[in-house]
Design a protein. Structure first.
Length: 132
């Protein structure tokens, strides 16, 4: 199973490969609680702060396991005008996007998928980071 760090590295590689001026970096680490995992900047798009999760669906939906501190931090970042989102890798095949305040996703039929051997659909992730 792909872990969260591997998923983050995939996203970073796909963002950097999208455009020669694109930039992405992993922000969070074990000594820095509450901060979103990734900062992404691509020309012509606002900077994005992304929290990543990796999970499998259950009969009750997808549990988005952000902590109260993560949700509070992303809320304050959003209030300050920053773009924040949560990207959940489901069953290693699809990214479900949501806002920072979502804790359970009931439907994931709008998950973004990728063709094996190709990257994630960066344009769609940038254009609609929360899937709303």
């Amino acid at each position: 199973m792909i872990n969260e760090l591997h998923f983050q590295n995939q996203v970073i590689d796909d963002i950097i490969g999208y455009n020669s001026k694109s930039w992405a970096i992993k922000l969070a680490h074990r000594f820095l609680a509450g901060i979103p995992d990734l900062l992404i900047k691509v020309p012509d798009y606002d900077p994005l702060f992304i929290e990543t999760k990796v999970t499998r669906p259950t009969k009750n939906g997808i549990k988005v396991e952000t902590t109260p501190l993560q949700r509070a931090t992303m809320h304050m970042m959003s209030r300050a005008g920053l773009k924040v989102a949560v990207w959940v890798l489901v069953d290693e095949v699809g990214i479900v996007r949501c806002t920072y305040d979502v804790t359970t996703i009931k439907r994931w039929d709008n998950a973004l998928t990728r063709v094996r051997g190709k990257g994630w659909p960066v344009e769609e992730l940038l254009t609609n980071p929360t899937g709303v």
